[in-house]
Design a protein around this ligand. Structure first.
Ligand code: ADP
Ligand code: MG
Length: 738
C-alpha cells in the first residue's frame, strides 16, 4: 500500500539543516495496526506527515499503491489526502466553533455528499465514538478525550483506507487514552492504522507491529501479531465528488456567523470602508459640483448655477402654452420672460452726481419687504434692492429718492422719461454686488425693446441707399418717440441734400430688421425734418447734440419691429443639482436649453480639479489598503479553519470559495444596511443631515461602483489569503497556528 525506499526529510531553517528522518525503508499494508515509538525528536511526526502527504520529502522514493510520488503536484497530494488519509493529531485540529455534528459533517460535505443523505451516517459515527449526547455541543466545550473521539469519528467519516494518528493520546488521561486506543484497534481491522505514541504499554495489546525510531532512523521494526495482510495494490480508496455548490454556500454562511466577535469585527471594518469611501466620494463630487458652478464667461452676467436659457428648437416665439408647459415642471421655480434683461444692467442717473446700475425685473415679481419708502403708484416709479451698507442707497437715500432720474442707453440719455426711486429694499449680503430694480411693465418693456435692438441687424433704405442703424452711434439710429405719428418718420433736415429738390417730406424710408429669430420690414413716410432749432418743439426734450443723426419713429412702430413676442426665456430650477435633469427634460419637449453653469470657463479650477482627483484617489487607495490589512489580520484567526479544511483534503479552490462566500455575505449585509439607511433618509423616515448631504451627490451609478469596489476588495482579499495559505505545506500552516 505504502512503500518508502531510502526516503529522507531535511529541514532547512536559518541556514542550518536539520534531519527530520533519513534513509527510511518501510512498507505498510491494509490490516496493520502499527505503533511508532521513540524519544522526542526522533522523527516520528515528520515521518507521519510525509506519509500523510502533509509534508514534502527530499530524497528517496515513496510509492502509493505502487505509484511513485516524486512527480506529485500539490493537487495530486490533495487528492491523495482526500482519498487515502484520515489524520488524527495530538492537538485534535477540530473546528472549535463547530458542533460535534458539524465537525464530522464537514468532511462529508467537502467530499461532495448531499446534506440530507448524511445525517444518519454522521449520527452513527457520533454514536460509535459515544458522543451522541454531545452531538450539538460546540467542540470547544468538550474535554480532551471527547475531542479526540470527535477527531476519530471525523477520520472515520472520511472512510479512508489509512488512518494516521500522531500521539492521539498525548493530551489525555489514561482512562480516555485506553478508550481511544481500543477504538482505533477496532477500526484497524480493514484499514491501515499508524499511531505514534510515547507510551508503548498502552498500545501493546492491540498493535500488530512496532517500529522504534531513533535520531531519524528506524531502530527496530517488529511484527507483534500476524495479520491477514492485504498486500495487493488494488485501489480500495473511494472516489469522492467535489463539494456541491449549495453546501459551499451553507458552509460559507455558517462560517460567517458562527464566530460572533469575528463577524462583528469584519462587519465594522466593512462598514467603515463603505461610509468612509462614500463620504469621501460624495465630498469629492460636491467639490466637483462647486467648481462647476464657479467661473466666468463674457456673454452672461447672471451665472446662477440653477439658470437655464431656453428658446424653441423651431425658433418661433413662445406661446402661453409653451410657457405653462415649462412652468409645470416641478423643479422650475421661476421663469423670466425678459431674458435679455437678466444679463444686462439698466443704468439710471440724474446726469450729475448719481447713478445706479441694476438688473431689471417686472414689478410683479417683487417678493421682498420694503425697507424704506413705498410701492410705485405710476409707471415711472421704481423700487430698488441693494446691499444695506451701500453708501448711496443707505446714507444718501433721502436725497436719491427726491431726485429725478433718467435712463441711459449707451451714450443716449432718455430725458423724456423722468423716473423716481420710491422704495428701497435692503439685502444683508453683497450678492454679486448686484442691485435689482423693479419697474412697471410699461417701462421695462420700453427699456427691453431698446435693448433688443442690440441683438438685431437693422438697415434703413433711404433714397436708394442702405444705412446701418446701430445703438452705438447716432447716425441713422432709430429712436422711438411718442410725438411721431404712426407710419411716419422724422429725419434730420441735413438729409435734404439727398432728396430731389431738397425736399424729403413724403419720401419713403424702408426699415429692415433681422435677428436669429425673425426678419421684418416696415415702410414709413417722412413726415417732417428737424434741425437744432425746431427739434424740441417737434420731438420734446431731445438733446440735439446727442441725437443729431437719428431717425425718429413712432413708439408703437418701434415696438412692432423689435418686440414681436417672447423668443427666449430664462428659467431657474429649485436646486442646481437638478438643473441638468431639467435641461434634458426641456430638450425632450422640443425646447433648446442652455445650462448657464456649463458655459462657465474656469482655467484655475481645472488644475485644482486634477489635484483633487489625485488626492481623492490616493485617499480611497489608502483607505482600501488599511481596510485590506485589517481584514487580513482578522482573517488570521481563520488560518486554523482553513488548514483543517486543507488537512481534510479540501482544495485550494474550495477554501478560496468558502472565504469568498464568507466575505461576500458580510459585504452584502453591510451594503444593504448602508443603502437601506440612505433610503430611509431619502424617504424622510430618518433625517440624518450628514447622510442627506452625502446622498444628494450620489447617483445610481455611484452605488453600483461602490458595490463593485466592495466585491472586488473581498475577492482580492480571498485570493491573496488563499495564495498565502497554500504557499506552505499543510503541516507548516497547521503548526504555525497551533
Ligand atoms: P518527534 O515527532 O519524533 O518528536 P519530529 O518529527 O517532530 O520528532 O522532529 C524530528 C526532527 O526534525 C527534530 O530534530 C526536530 O527538531 C526537527 N524538526 C521538526 N520539525 C521541524 C521544523 N519545522 N523545522 C526544523 N526542524 C524541524
Ligand atoms: Mg512528534
Amino acid at each position: 500500500m505504502i512503500l518508502l525506499k531510502n526516503v529522507s526529510k531535511y529541514y532547512y531553517s536559518k541556514g542550518v539543516i536539520a534531519t527530520g528522518f533519513s534513509k527510511v525503508n518501510l512498507e505498510f499494508n491494509i490490516g496493520e495496526f502499527v505503533a511508532i515509538t521513540g524519544e522526542s525528536g526522533s522523527g516520528k511526526s515528520t515521518l507521519l506527515n510525509v506519509i500523510s502527504g502533509l509534508d514534502s520529502y527530499e530524497e528517496g522514493e515513496m510509492y502509493i499503491n505502487g505509484e511513485e510520488t516524486s512527480h506529485y503536484t500539490e493537487k495530486d497530494f490533495e487528492d491523495y489526502r482526500r482519498k487515502y488519509i484520515g489524520n488524527i493529531f495530538q492537538s485534535f485540529n477540530l473546528v472549535n466553533s463547530y458542533t460535534v455534528y458539524q465537525n464530522i459533517e464537514l468532511v462529508l460535505l467537502l467530499n461532495g455528499a448531499k446534506k440530507k443523505d448524511i445525517k444518519k451516517k454522521v449520527l452513527d459515527l457520533i454514536k460509535q465514538v459515544d458522543l451522541y449526547r454531545f452531538r450539538n455541543t460546540k467542540v470547544s466545550k468538550l474535554s480532551g478525550g471527547q475531542k479526540q473521539r470527535v477527531a476519530i469519528a471525523r477520520a472515520l467519516a472520511k472512510n479512508t483506507p489509512i488512518i494516521i494518528a500522531d500521539e492521539p493520546t498525548g493530551n489525555l488521561d489514561s482512562k480516555s487514552a485506553t478508550g481511544i486506543i481500543k477504538l482505533l484497534s477496532e477500526i484497524a481491522k480493514d484499514k491501515l492504522v499508524i499511531i505514534v505514541t510515547h507510551n508503548y504499554e498502552q498500545v501493546e495489546n492491540y498493535v500488530t507491529r512496532k517500529i522504534k525510531m531513533h535520531d531519524g532512523k528506524i531502530l527496530e521494526d517488529k511484527i507483534i501479531k500476524e495479520v491477514n495482510i492485504e498486500s495487493s495494490n488494488n485501489n480500495n480508496a473511494i472516489n469522492y465528488q467535489n463539494i456541491t455548490f449549495l453546501n459551499k454556500i451553507r458552509l460559507g454562511l455558517r462560517n460567517t456567523f458562527n464566530i460572533i466577535p469575528k463577524f462583528v469585527l469584519l462587519f465594522a471594518v466593512y462598514l467603515f470602508v463603505v461610509v468612509a469611501l462614500m463620504s469621501e466620494y460624495a465630498a469629492f463630487k460636491k467639490e466637483e459640483h462647486q467648481a462647476s458652478i464657479e467661473g466666468y464667461n463674457s456673454v452672461f452676467n447672471d451665472y446662477s448655477p440653477n439658470r437655464i436659457v431656453v428658446n424653441k428648437k423651431d425658433r418661433t416665439a413662445f406661446s402661453d402654452d409653451d410657457l405653462n408647459k415649462i412652468l409645470n415642471n416641478k423643479n422650475v421655480v421661476k421663469l423670466e420672460k425678459n431674458d435679455v434683461m437678466v444679463d444686462d444692467y439698466i443704468e439710471f442717473t440724474n446726469d450729475k452726481d448719481f447713478y445706479v446700475t441694476a438688473v431689471g425685473h417686472p414689478l410683479s415679481s417683487f417678493d421682498l419687504e420694503l425697507s424704506v419708502g413705498r410701492m410705485p403708484e405710476n409707471d415711472n416709479e421704481i423700487i430698488i434692492t441693494g446691499y444695506k451698507n451701500d453708501y448711496y442707497l443707505s446714507t444718501l437715500k433721502d436725497e436719491i429718492m427726491n431726485t429725478d432720474l433718467y435712463w441711459r442707453n449707451y451714450a443716449f440719455l432718455d430725458k423724456n422719461t423722468k423716473i423716481r426711486i420710491v422704495g428701497i429694499s435692503y439685502v444683508d449680503y453683497e450678492y454679486q454686488n448686484d442691485n435689482q430694480v423693479y419697474l412697471s411693465e410699461k417701462l421695462l418693456n420700453k427699456i427691453m425693446t431698446e435693448k433688443l435692438t442690440t441683438f438685431n441687424n437693422t438697415k434703413i433704405l433711404f433714397m436708394n441707399n442702405y444705412y446701418e442703424s446701430s445703438p452705438y452711434n447716432s447716425y441713422f439710429k432709430l429712436v422711438p418717440n411718442s410725438k411721431v405719428p404712426s407710419g411716419k418718420a422724422i429725419i434730420n433736415s441735413e438729409l435734404r441734400w439727398s432728396c430731389e429738390y431738397e425736399n424729403c417730406i413724403n419720401k419713403k424710408l424702408k426699415i429692415e430688421v433681422s435677428n436669429i429669430y425673425y426678419e421684418d420690414t416696415m415702410e414709413l413716410t417722412i413726415a417732417n425734418t428737424y434741425d437744432k432749432n425746431n427739434i424740441n418743439s417737434l420731438l420734446g426734450p431731445v438733446d440735439y447734440n446727442l441725437y443729431s443723426g437719428s431717425v425718429f419713429i413712432n413708439d408703437n412702430d418701434y415696438q412692432k419691429l423689435y418686440n414681436k413676442g417672447v423668443y427666449q426665456v430664462s428659467i431657474y430650477t429649485t436646486d442646481d443639482l437638478v438643473t441638468k435633469d431639467v435641461a434634458s427634460e426641456l430638450e425632450n419637449m422640443g425646447f433648446n436649453p442652455l445650462v448657464i453653469k456649463d458655459t462657465l470657463y474656469n482655467e484655475g479650477s481645472q488644475i485644482i480639479r486634477i489635484a483633487k482627483t489625485i488626492v481623492t484617489i490616493m485617499l480611497v487607495g489608502t483607505l482600501f489598503f488599511i481596510s485590506y490589512f485589517i481584514i487580513k489580520i482578522i482573517l488570521k484567526s481563520r488560518n486554523v479553519y482553513f488548514s483543517t479544511i486543507r488537512m481534510l483534503g479540501g482544495s485550494k479552490k474550495v477554501s478560496k470559495q468558502l472565504l469568498i462566500i464568507e466575505l461576500l455575505t458580510v459585504t452584502n449585509l453591510v451594503y444593504l444596511l448602508f443603502t437601506g439607511f440612505v433610503y430611509l433618509n431619502k424617504i424622510n423616515v430618518l433625517n440624518v443631515s450628514f447622510v442627506n448631504d452625502m446622498a444628494n451627490y450620489l447617483k445610481l451609478g455611484d452605488y453600483i461602483i461602490l458595490y463593485l469596489i466592495l466585491i472586488g476588495m473581498s475577492y482580492l482579499i480571498s485570493l491573496k489569503y488563499a495564495k498565502k495559505l497554500f504557499k506552505d505545506t499543510v503541516i507548516k500552516t497547521l503548526r504555525e497556528e497551533i
